[in-house]
Design a protein around this ligand. Sequence first.
Ligand SMILES: [Zn+2]
Length: 178
Amino acid sequence: MKQLWSPWRSTYIDSFGDSEKNHDCFLCSASAPKSNDPLVIAESAHTIVIMNRYPYNAGHILLSPKRHCPDTLLLTDEEYLDLMQMTRTMHAVIYAVYSPHGFNIGMNLGEAGGAGVPGHVHVHIVPRWSGDTNFMSTIGDAKVISSSMEKIVSDLKAGYQSFLQNGHGDDIVSGATL
Ligand SMILES: [Zn+2]
């Protein structure tokens, strides 16, 4: 089985690095006004939330600043705070929608750090289920994952709208005791 993405050691760039030039940044494309990218789940003032095209797991999403920027150290305080707040919001949304048993949340910075798109910093959120190594084996065919992607985007969009209306509900607080 081909490994699509491992937390902290991303290899998915290999699958599109040859066909797309570095300046053709998919995170910038998704952030462009009226991009109509079907994989975009949510956006805030400075942050875009997008489904990972090559997910490690169902519900694996990416969050990035709208500005093409390689490192969080180069973000303004406003951009960084917005990125972190959206990361916590989407963590809560995924918990509310899918009730995973755990999460991997983090960044790979620079090529040496395993960044798939080293020019444009992004946070990975990967929901995890006990025994999901086996789960991954059963949905390891990328076509199977992509056929369910529309449903996941739709679920998470609805979850985000619900979060905007209700904020941190009791169910979210209980999620913190995973
Ligand atoms: Zn970019």
